[in-house]
Design a protein around this ligand. Sequence first.
Ligand SMILES: O=P(O)(O)O[C@H]1O[C@H](CO)[C@@H](O)[C@H]1O
Ligand SMILES: O=c1cc[nH]c(=O)[nH]1
Length: 339
Amino acid sequence: MSFDNDELRDEYPDGTVRLRNPNIELMDQDILYHLALGSGSHDLVEMFGDVKFVCMGGTPKRMEQFAYTIMAEIGHKLPCGTTLQDISQFSYRYSMYKVGPVLSISHGMGIPSVGILLHEVIKLMYHAKVRDPVFFRIGTCGGIGYEGGTVVISEEAVDGALKNALELTVLGKNIQRPAKLDKRLVRELKALSDPEDPYDTVTGKTMCTYDFYEGQGRLDGAFCDFTETDKMEYLESIHKAGVVNIEMESLAFAALTHHAGIKAAVICVTLLDRLKGDQVLAPKEVLDEWQQRPTKLVCRYIKRYLQMKGRLSLDGHGSICVKSPRRFKLVQQESETYD
Ligand SMILES: O=P(O)(O)O[C@H]1O[C@H](CO)[C@@H](O)[C@H]1O
Ligand SMILES: O=c1cc[nH]c(=O)[nH]1
């Protein structure tokens, strides 16, 4: 198992995030407006320089819960009597929590929302001089041929017409950005799924649409100009083309991280099988439990990374303890044969 972004090493040997925008370094300060942060008003290196993992998901609640979960998993301690603070609370747009090397951020719904956030988080990584960050989207989706509760790791993202690129209109012209995800990261995450998990973890193509209803071929929106037969023909055709799930952010997530040279993965849980229906019918408690599933995989990955780097070790009972140099050696040996 390797955690280095080898393909990008040649381009950015020190691992820092480079912006493909010469304007930024000429600016006196850069205001990250939607994060309520700025390079002039905040010491971004001090605040974020140790970040390694950036985890994003749709809702503020999910990402707050994720922050507390990862805090317990890696044994991160807060000063006595304090709670995690939403760093971006005064943006009133996104929520952001920091737990040691992990950032947990809500991205809202859809490509425009996650796109704006990615511009600012990628710039944040640059200003903070973060090295080789790994980005995860922890989401929900509709399955194609998979029951609710299945975890899907995206191999690539495609749009509603099966194009593997994000199309943007810039200065009146259409440009395309390849929506590629890191193949090795997909394999590493898949390898962390446990045969004992009471649900399947699968990989495949993820379709990303601009809409939840008509865009995903639902018959139950406020408008619908197609028949059930049209819908089923479309869903069967994308299923045949290798699409295993549909959601609404992966295209921008894959395209913008790839353009920035950042390793990224998308892990979603299915809320229903779209070949069987349109409405999300599972009870709230079941949906809440399902949403923990992608989180578990990401926690395993982060813990494994910290173990390999000697920043975390587990005792024989799976509880977290401060590693001794000897134990670190053992962890390293185990890790080398891990993949
Ligand atoms: O659960 P999240 O991360 O919000 O993702 C999925 O859920 C939303 C639709 O309900 C869309 O944003 C879709 O991509
Ligand atoms: O069907 C679904 C479920 C969750 N999110 C989506 O975008 N689609």
